[in-house]
Design a protein around this ligand. Sequence first.
Ligand SMILES: C[S@@+](CC[C@H](N)C(=O)[O-])C[C@H]1O[C@@H](n2cnc3c(N)ncnc32)[C@H](O)[C@@H]1O
Length: 473
Amino acid sequence: MSASPTATPAASATGVALRVEAARLLVAVLDEGRSLKAVLAERLPGLADPRDRGLLEAIVFAALRHERRYAFVLAHWLSKPLPMASAKDRNVARLLLVGLAQLDALGLPPHAAVAATVEAVKQLGREGLAGLFNAVLRKATREAWPAPAALAVSSSHPDWMLRRFAIDWPDRVEVLLAANNSEAPLWLRANAPRFSRAALAERWRAAGIASEPGLAADSLRLVERANPATLPGFAEGAFHVQDLAAQLAVEALDPRPGLRVLDACAAPGGKTLGLLAAVGATGEVLALDVDARRLERLRGLVVSLKPSEARFEARLADAGQPAGWHDGRGFDAILLDAPCSATGIIRRQPDIKVHRREDDVAALAALQAGLLDALFPLLRPGGRLLYATCSLLRTENDAQIAAFLGRTPAARGLPLDARFGFDTGHGSQRFPGEDGGDGFFYALLERRAEAPQVSPGAAGSSSTARKPPPAMR
Ligand SMILES: C[S@@+](CC[C@H](N)C(=O)[O-])C[C@H]1O[C@@H](n2cnc3c(N)ncnc32)[C@H](O)[C@@H]1O
């Protein structure tokens, strides 16, 4: 397409600055490999008006959700690709995605979206491209867009991910792709038993805020999105933000009052709160994570929400190396919320489609297997381990557990009811969007009661406190 300078309606300075900022955020994610979460956390607080924050977030999420399709459309409409050599080039090239996202996914009024985006290219110091931008964006409002034949392109997923979904879930592929590109609702968990779900919902209702209960016992979904910090009860720690499927992980483990629980990969701590509440004042939770910054967030959450009087320790440690932290006493329950491909939460983190590589999956599966092997022997006989991931891939989920059970005679799988999702044989899979929740996998494993003790006679013995647990196999 050739450039033809055209007059555009006036755009507000704030509107223009937002488009420029959106383009810069896209460069940070797409060209500098940064995570969307991290760049938003850095840049959103700089915007005073919540409406500006909302619009910026919406534009960037939409552009990332549909990036591959938009790139395809632009390749058809531009006679040659825009240069990407300098930082300024990249900002300008990504600004075209900002333009398309407003017209397509967000459905903003075309005149305002085009005007603000054309002004933004001038503000980025490329006045000479204003005509080209105007022409491309006007074409986008008037003409049918070229439709990619390949499903991976039309759904903006990497080829490898689509291939894996098609192998693992042949009957669900299109539904999965659509769910990944949709907006996720805001789920909150009432900080029960200190604050009941019913009382919290009633308090919000009285303030004109509608919510709906979800499948998890303390879950509430806001009918209309709102900033959680503005909701009644926030300052008192009456609730925290946590997806429905994440809440269900603690319910699948179902730790009873008084139990000693290990939260092996615990940060930033949403599930730790549920565990502390479940074990109550007579229970004990040890939370581990290898990421110091995330562990600090976990500590902050526990301090501000005070879910129970349970004994609690948060420790910077590698869960896969118990020799460094285990005191020899068996756990009644272990939550292994394992690091994973995060393919079940793409609707919340669309940059996963950009950053995740197929090679990562095998590396993550090996890490998960190592964690399972290291942690399972720390259960007391009869104790239970809940393995959870926010992945949709069988390698990390059902196949992972099948292989673990195959090499671990002391373990047996326990059934989970239909609330936890589709029965995959060795666990339960929830899909993104189902009941409003994220994609998650759960497998409940029990250490057979007849299995030998972890460390006979070791309880409370300081001489054995730093010894690794004996192997189970
Ligand atoms: C899925 S996230 C956990 C989310 C957390 N359970 C929650 O509900 O907020 C996985 C966590 O595992 C941690 N992690 C990865 N490898 C680990 C290891 N070897 N030992 C302990 N933590 C690990 C990561 O730092 C990350 O915080």
